[in-house]
Write a protein of this length. Structure first.
Length: 500
């Protein structure tokens, strides 16, 4: 089941990557660096108000999956209805904050080019509505994933990708203000995708048929879980969007274009890692609910293997050939984009690792220290970025800081994990997952840099580095990542394929 779900999510992600890279290039060229930067920074202001929803999203997923693991249908139904009521309340709260504090900040504090204030206002309002739709959609998505229906999740997300491709086509044909049109069409797509998920959930899962339920005894542990998660998510949102806003305030909207491109690339790489976690999360939570810690640890080791191996295949070629890939992709590359992209890739490798630790600890429900530590470190980073920019540091300073901050969060999370699940062996994870991946990444980097020295910059060199990384991955995956039983299954599968 996990292998099938992971494969479905990978296929979906590969198509998403191809389309996303193409659409990002066209949108940047059609809107221009300035309007593209305006869209990213204005949308980022709305993201600042979504920290409550992000906190509740993790709580919703955990509690729904936990009740499925226990087989308690009545509690599952009440949990879903309670979470939906909470998310509707959150959406209304975001609306109030967005139309008061947020709107004042956009109109008075952000650096918006002359004559683009109306367009920025429309983008802002469309982002508010889109965010409200997404917030109320969270329980439905969480329910589908908790039931491990990754095929539906993959198919709908593919439709999402192709609808965004249609947006690009309409931008090329239209003569109206393209920034305004882009914002409105993006809102329309979010509404369509939300409706599809809701209709599917209501038709296939009894618990998704809303009925007003008020269970204070059920809400208390959920809100307690979310309360601590809230602090962690506030700080992470402040970190990411705060750095984007500081870049805008100190260096202008064009720098947000470079940051937006780097975030797109980082999102692609982290998206693959997220697919692994998404496929493994239900089984991890259910195994903890069933007190099967040994199986849980096996799941975690495999999840780490696949997550880090993906960086070997995708991240290393992109890191080494970042300058060429960006010129090939965007043609007109904003200043600092290459540096931002390289640093984002390193940060995304670290954050995908500590994110999985958060999933494990989240299964226990004891997430206080997890969020306190990450929250404090994220807030410290924003303060350091502000101080650095005030003292004249260049824009890349913010991205350099991501690496030590994320690494500190990861190491602290491992200590917290051991505190709450004493039977969990950190040494076993290191020996069976981290160490093989470190070796694989070092070998891959050495081979890639040898190719870099021998060949001139070209598409052929990019292909050669990519293929060599893939071959190294396949060899090391078989020889190091797999145990004896897994290698036997692979040999049997390959032999059967050859015979056919």
């Amino acid at each position: 089941m996990i292998a099938k779900n992971t494969l479905l999510l990978y296929v979906r992600m590969l198509l998403t990557v191809v389309v996303s890279l193409y659409t990002s290039r066209i949108v940047l060229n059609v809107l221009g660096a300035s309007d593209y930067g305006v869209y990213n920074v204005v949308g980022g202001v709305i993201a600042l108000f979504t920290f409550v929803n992000t906190a509740m999203s993790g709580s919703t997923s955990r509690f729904l999956t936990f009740e499925i693991g226990k087989g308690n249908k009545a509690a599952l139904r009440d949990t879903f209805n309670s979470t939906l009521i909470i998310h509707i309340s959150i959406a209304l709260g975001i609306f109030v904050l967005s139309e008061t504090i947020g709107l004042w900040f956009v109109l008075n504090k952000l650096v918006i080019p002359e004559g683009r204030q109306v367009a920025a206002f429309v983008v802002y309002q469309a982002s508010v509505l889109s965010m409200m739709v997404g917030v109320t959609q969270t329980p439905y998505n969480a329910c589908i994933i908790a039931h491990e229906k990754m095929d539906i999740y993959a198919y709908v997300e593919l439709l999402n990708v192709f609808l965004k491709l249609a947006i690009v086509y309409m931008l090329l044909l239209s003569d109206v203000d393209k920034l305004i049109l882009y914002a409105i069409l993006t809102l329309a797509v979010s509404v369509i995708i939300a409706l599809i998920y809701r209709i599917y959930g209501i038709r296939h899962y009894e618990e998704c048929r809303f009925k007003f339920v008020w269970r204070p005894e059920m809400l208390k542990p959920m809100l307690s879980f979310s309360g601590w998660n809230l602090f962690g998510n506030i700080s992470e949102t402040v970190n990411l969007q705060g750095c984007s806003i500081l870049l805008n305030m100190f260096f202008g909207p064009v720098m947000n274009a470079a940051s937006g491109i780097a975030n797109t690339v980082q999102g692609v790489i982290k998206g693959f890692a997220f697919n692994v976690v998404t496929a493994f999360r239900p089984q991890i939570v259910k195994s903890y609910a069933g007190n099967d810690i040994d199986y849980m640890q096996t799941l975690v080791i495999n999840a780490y293997k696949y997550t880090n191996a993906l960086f070997l295949v995708l991240g290393i070629p992109l890191f080494i050939e970042a300058d060429y890939v960006l010129k090939l992709w965007l043609v007109n590359v904003p200043e600092y984009t290459v540096c931002f992209v390289k640093l984002s890739l390193i940060a995304s490798l670290i954050s995908s690792n500590y994110g999985l630790v958060g999933t494990i600890v989240g299964a226990t429900g004891n997430i206080m220290w997890l969020n306190v530590v990450s929250g404090v470190l994220n807030i410290i980073m924003v303060l350091l970025v502000y101080i650095g920019f005030k003292k004249g540091m260049n824009p890349s300073y913010a991205y350099y800081l991501f690496i030590p901050i994320y690494l500190s969060i990861f190491l602290c999370n491992l200590i917290i994990l051991k505190k709450y699940i004493k039977k969990f062996s950190i040494a076993r994870i290191f020996l069976k997952s981290f160490l093989p991946n470190i070796v694989a990444i070092l070998v891959s980097c050495m081979c890639s840099y040898l190719i870099l020295e021998e060949f001139n910059e070209s598409f052929a060199r990019l292909c050669l580095i990519s293929v060599s990384n893939l071959m190294i991955f396949l060899l090391l995956f078989y020889a190091v990542f797999c145990d004896a039983a897994q290698r036997k299954k692979i040999r049997t599968a390959v032999y059967a394929f050859i015979c056919r």
